[in-house]
Design a protein around this ligand. Structure first.
Ligand SMILES: *[C@@H]1O[C@H](CO)[C@@H](O)[C@H](O)[C@H]1NC(C)=O
Ligand SMILES: *[C@@H]1O[C@H](CO)[C@@H](O)[C@H](O)[C@H]1NC(C)=O
Ligand SMILES: *[C@@H]1O[C@H](CO)[C@@H](O)[C@H](O)[C@H]1NC(C)=O
Length: 553
């Protein structure tokens, strides 16, 4: 923004009125701000709406929408069709509602999903298979598994869940199971797989009933994070608890977020667990919740009144004995924004609108500029506006981080069908990539390049690991860190299972020829880092390398 503004006006004769404005912008500018990020259109159409996305450890992104939008724009290969008498719109459907996007070749192939995946949830299992649960109608109890191989497809069990799960949230647990929490009219949770066939299949969670607003709900897709003490932090509506899922006990009730406005679907804000610093003598956990819509906003949309979204974020140290929310103000209000943890620990807030709520035809005024939140900057200077896209990403849009540091952005369909004409926000079948400022060419000489270990390296807990990398330019030795990111499942503005670990580093050795070796300690326990695939990055002066895949076993 800054760059565009000044290059546009500087060569001209400056009116005295412009001076203070220019001065203000110049004073705010830092090299990273001036960069502001870049957008790239990757695919004009992948034939379906990217309503749900998951990056797999073969650098392919599994994408799906719902089966009852009508026909999609992508035909299933080999004359395959889905004949489903329970389907609500088209009983014989020869179009795809899921694709696998290959990042390296920028190509995609159709996948065959058999039951309705609409507003479902998921997480990658410890062995790298995507376990995806629930949905609507014939899919509301389904467990679907996608094994990442170039020719693999979905396998489904349409009675794999004990309760219907529509708008539920999944999280990986330290023992490798998934917990599946809530969903519409499901005030309980269950596990997958179920470790004891005789065990009760669902466990009640009254907190979800207590946070259910009449006429709006506002507690769907709850924000769930695994705390460093092994319990779950669960945020729904405007309230949050610390929950012992093993003993079905609420351990702590946190203060309500100031203002009391709802942050969960359909007043959809978003939330992240801020990076866990494993270097600290005692590991603390903080949660950041941003955006949403004021209470009553959803009801107003039925009268075609679109209230302003929330412009506040709340930050809370969930491990604090006396936890309190600290409020911050974003440069712009946002509902349906996605919060994506970047490899350097910054949080990207992207997509969404500044008026209305989630739900059919309920959003107005797309917010086209992403925002970067720097958690470690002093309060009042944490937000940096990024360059805008020109494609509105409203209800049913998604974003996931890729291994190369770009963010894949897709979807947007606020309509019950695929509607490309005569609507405010046409159904969006495109895929874009947003490259944050750190990918700008001017930082190339500072960017680390990992040379060992090789990708797909297997790690154990609490182990020393040497990471060898190159930096062509001058290395600032005290500005090197190593991070590990669990690639999340993204839908409806929430990234389930998103977790960034800042590893403890012990020594940095200069091996000559712009090559260095840094020794790190892998996470101490499965509570800090549940087993499974992670992306490991070397970060130098906030500029991340391309990641490598590692698997904690
Ligand atoms: C999808 O298909 C419809 C109907 O065939 C067509 O009108 C529309 O332009 C297509 N959209 C895209 C983005 O390919
Ligand atoms: C589907 O899941 C249910 C519940 O876990 C199980 O009882 C059943 O055997 C599974 N069906 C198949 C075909 O695997
Ligand atoms: C979308 O298209 C369907 C037909 O395919 C139509 O019935 C519906 O009214 C359209 N929706 C809007 C919001 O225009």
């Amino acid at each position: 923004m800054t760059l565009q503004f000044s290059s546009l006006f500087l060569p001209m004769t400056l009116s005295p009125l412009l001076f203070p404005v220019l001065f203000l912008f110049a004073a705010m500018a830092s090299p990273s701000e001036a960069a502001g990020g870049q957008w790239q259109l990757l695919q004009k159409s992948i034939g379906i709406v990217s309503m749900h996305m998951q990056l797999m450890q073969n650098d392919r992104v599994v994408i799906f929408d719902r089966t009852d939008f009508g026909l999609s724009n992508l035909t299933l290969p080999n004359g395959r069709c889905r004949h489903n008498p329970k389907e609500m719109v088209v009983k014989t459907d020869c179009t795809a509602h899921s694709v696998e996007y290959d990042v390296a070749s920028n190509t995609f192939r159709a996948l065959f999903v058999q039951t309705n995946v609409w507003c479902s949830s998921g997480a990658v299992f410890t062995d790298g298979r995507l376990i995806q649960t629930g949905g609507f109608n014939d899919g509301d109890r389904a467990v679907r598994i996608f094994n990442p191989c170039p020719t693999c497809d979905w396998t489904e069990n349409d009675s794999g869940l004990a309760d219907r799960r529509w708008y539920a949230t999944n999280h990986i647990l330290p023992d490798g199971r998934q917990i599946i929490i809530g969903g519409r009219r499901a005030f309980n949770y269950e596990f997958y797989p179920k470790n004891d066939a005789t065990a009760k299949n669902t466990y009640s969670l009254p907190f979800l009933a207590q946070t259910n607003d009449r006429g709006a709900e506002n507690n769907l897709y709850p924000f769930v994070f695994l705390n460093v003490d092994g319990n779950l932090f669960i945020f729904a509506n405007s309230k949050s608890i610390l929950f012992d899922y093993n003993n079905n006990r609420v351990l702590k009730t946190y203060p309500e977020i100031p203002g009391g406005d709802p942050r969960c679907y359909p007043s959809t804000g978003s939330a992240v667990l801020l990076p866990l610093n494993l270097q600290a003598p005692s590991i603390q956990a903080e949660v950041l919740v941003c955006g949403g819509a004021p209470r009553g906003s959803y009801q107003q949309t039925s009268r075609r009144k679109f209230l302003g979204a929330l412009n506040t974020c709340g930050r809370i140290k969930i491990t604090d004995p006396n936890p309190q929310w600290v409020m911050e103000t974003m440069p712009r209000a946002r509902v349906m924004g996605d919060m994506i943890t970047l490899p350097n620990g910054n949080v990207l807030i992207i997509n969404g609108a500044s008026l209305g709520t989630a739900g059919w035809e309920n959003g107005r005024n797309p917010v086209l500029n992403p925002l970067i939140y720097k958690a470690n900057s002093p309060g009042g200077s944490r937000f940096e506006l990024q360059n805008p896209s020109n494609i509105p990403r409203m209800y049913h849009s998604t974003a996931v981080l890729l291994r190369d540091g770009r963010v894949l952005v897709g979807g947007s369909n606020p309509h019950i069908y695929y509607n490309f004409t005569n609507v405010l926000f046409p159904t969006e079948l495109s895929l874009e990539a947003f490259s944050p400022w750190y990918l700008d060419a001017e930082f190339a000489s500072l960017r680390p390049n990992i040379i060992a270990p090789a990708s797909q390296f297997k790690l154990k807990y609490n182990q020393k690991l040497s990471v060898r990398f190159q930096v062509r330019g001058t290395l600032a030795e005290n500005k090197v860190s190593v991070t590990m990111l669990a690639p999340p499942f993204n839908t409806h503005s929430f990234s389930m299972n998103q977790r960034l670990l800042l590893l403890a580093t012990s020594k940095l050795t200069n091996l000559g020829r712009s090559t260095y070796e840094i020794e790190v300690t892998t996470p101490f326990s499965a509570i800090l880092a549940p087993p499974g695939y992670y992306l490991l990055f070397v970060v130098h002066q906030e500029i991340p390398s391309v990641g490598i895949w590692v698997q904690i076993i």
